[in-house]
Ligand binder design. Structure first.
Ligand code: PMV
Length: 339
């Protein structure tokens, strides 16, 4: 078999990866903890053949842009070099969620690509090896290889920086209600954000609290302690954004005081969350490098949180993407069944 199809879910970080010690190898400055998202998945088929004259990449049935095709080819080169082969590949990939949703498609994308390419070449990699390879494509992709609730151990070099499962998807019925308040492309990519982060005045303070925060978030997941968990992740999201907001940079000759990923509606929702909690609704938020607000609650409160969002939304064009904890990356047969 020289062809394989894999599915991987995107993931949402509760303790964020923000800053790298190596920008080529994607070695993070700190460990991070995430949950795979059932509502956001990528399906990727990779086929190698000695008759293919070049790599060919299709995204949602269309030829990929030169930039996306080059990034995918570079990742295939890494896998080809690991396998010691130089066959070209055809790659067909699609997401079941819109690119504008503010959910990292690079995480699910590079996890699915890594697993499909390795399987198509008959490479029997361990979960750890797959996670290391996926990390090279996009840092957070390493967390989409293992199942459920996942920790990316920062490590000190490429071989020691990988993700592993902390708990299975059915361990805890957490729900992520992603409120997509804006579909504008972000002005600062996460790769630039990672580079700027260590120049923030608050960088050292953030690094100092992270080891204890990682321990508390991991333990709260294991204990299913929603309120300890919620307080930690909400403060953590604000800590990452405090660093971003104070990461000054110059772009096209213009000075910016910081990286503003938040939109006005983002802030409005964060304030609503405080009020909803005061009114007895168990809900906390987290944020990624964008304006989407991720409302975290438990299964039994999902509808009440959706109702609260709908009331706050009024006539604004917010969209919701709802996810439960999802499995890690897996192979599917051509019939679509789990392989
Ligand atoms: O994997 P990247 O380079 O897109 O970085 C992801 C950064 C955050 O989403 C903001 C945090 C995280 O841990 O996923």
């Amino acid at each position: 078999m020289n062809k394989a199809t894999a599915i991987a879910h995107s993931n949402l970080a509760f303790v964020k990866y923000w800053g790298k010690i190596d920008h080529t190898l994607n070695l993070p400055s700190n460990s991070s903890i995430s949950m795979n998202l059932s509502g956001a998945q990528t399906t990727t088929t990779v086929e190698f053949d000695d008759t293919f004259p070049a790599d060919e990449v299709r995204i949602a049935g269309q030829p990929a842009s030169a930039k996306s095709a080059a990034r995918i080819a570079k990742h295939l080169d890494l896998i080809r070099a690991t396998a010691g082969i130089d066959l070209h590949a055809h790659v067909a990939t699609e997401n079941n969620f819109p690119e504008s949703a503010g959910i990292a498609s690079s995480a699910s994308g590079f996890a699915a690509l890594t697993l499909a390419a390795a399987a198509a070449l008959g490479l029997n990699f361990s979960e750890r090896q797959l996670s290391i390879l996926a990390r090279r494509g996009s840092g957070s992709a390493c967390r989409s290889i293992p199942s459920g609730f996942v920790e990316w151990i920062a490590g000190t070099d490429s071989e020691t920086s990988y993700a592993a499962s902390i708990a299975a998807p059915d361990h805890w019925n957490l729900v992520d209600i992603a409120v997509i308040v804006s579909t504008e492309a972000k002005s600062v990519s996460s790769s630039l954000g990672h580079k700027l982060a260590e120049h923030s005045d608050f960088w050292d303070a953030r690094q100092a609290i992270l080891p204890a925060r990682l321990d508390r978030v991991r333990q709260a997941i294991l204990d299913r302690d929603f309120h300890i968990f919620g307080r930690e992740i909400e403060q953590e999201a604000l800590s990452m954004h405090a660093v971003a907001l104070t990461s000054a940079y110059e772009q096209e000759g213009r000075w910016n005081s910081g990286v503003y990923y938040l939109a006005p509606d983002t802030l409005e929702l964060l304030i609503h969350v405080q009020r909803w909690r005061a009114e007895g609704l168990p809900v906390y938020f987290t944020l990624d490098a964008g304006p989407t607000v991720h409302l975290i609650t438990t299964g039994s409160n999902q509808q009440a949180v959706i109702d609260a969002v709908k009331t706050a939304q009024s006539s604004r064009p917010w969209n919701l993407l709802i996810s439960d904890p999802a499995p890690g990356a897996y192979l599917v047969s051509d019939s679509g069944a789990k392989g």
